[in-house]
Design a protein around this ligand. Structure first.
Ligand code: SIN
Ligand code: FE2
Length: 221
């Protein structure tokens, strides 16, 4: 039998805030939103990653990203020395990316609707894996053809500090702690705001192990 302290910390819901937090005019953190989906989501994610495993990609500037990437859906985001782009093929296998599992698509669409964006139909799901020390520098999501649809971001595993900036790289950033199961949605006037992730702290997550996995859904094509 676990003691009372272990019991308390075994339950993610007790460690994290719940409900909806507004972080911009059209941006929200939906606390714990993905938790009821986890049991459906993880086996699907494993299938996707068996087909298109995580790999570290190189930026146009020649730097190897610290986060490892994969994708599912009709389009996958990739980078190499010739630029950032969406591609229907996994460059590693030259085969189409794995299909976007229904559970993932539905979770993203429901979260978007909850944040005020009805009829979100993502065609791209970027999967980022961060081990402790990995980070994501400030950037805008702007390789999509249109910006009418929001970005929906699902956090799994180790906590992260998400940086949510403005429309200029130099704008002040808000620091938003993200935990296993949290979903962030930004769109509309906030769609092109800079954002990033601070280096992940050492740790082992009870469900996901020593890593953070982030899923970002977008309408790219
Ligand atoms: C991204 O902007 O591509 C990832 C954001 C995150 O990992 O939370
Ligand atoms: Fe991004």
């Amino acid at each position: 039998m676990p003691g009372p302290t272990e019991d308390l910390f075994a339950d993610d819901a007790l460690q994290q805030p719940s409900g909806r937090e507004q972080i911009g005019d059209e941006s929200y953190v939906l606390r714990g939103y993905a938790l009821p989906w986890i049991d459906r989501l993880l086996p699907e994610l494993r299938r996707v990653l068996a087909q298109s495993p995580f790999r570290r990609m190189v930026t146009p500037g020649g730097f190897t990203m610290s986060a490892a990437l994969s994708s599912c859906g009709a389009l996958g985001w990739t980078t190499d020395t010739s630029g950032y782009r969406y591609s229907p093929l996994d460059p590693r296998s030259q085969q189409p990316w794995p299909r976007m599992p229904q559970a993932l698509r539905q979770l993203a669409a429901e979260a978007a609707a909850d944040a005020g964006f009805a009829d979100f139909a993502p065609d791209a799901c970027l999967i980022n894996r961060y081990v402790p020390g990995a980070k994501m520098s400030l950037h805008q999501d702007k390789n999509e053809r249109h910006f009418g649809a929001p970005v929906v971001s699902v956090s799994l595993g180790l906590p992260a500090i998400f940086l949510f900036g403005g429309h200029e790289r130099s704008d002040k950033t808000q620091k938003v702690s993200l935990f296993h199961g949290d979903v962030v949605v930004w769109g509309g006037v906030d769609r092109l705001r800079f954002h990033g992730v601070m280096p992940i702290k050492e740790g082992v997550h009870g469900v996901m192990g020593p890593q953070r996995i982030n899923l970002t859904f977008r309408t790219a094509g």
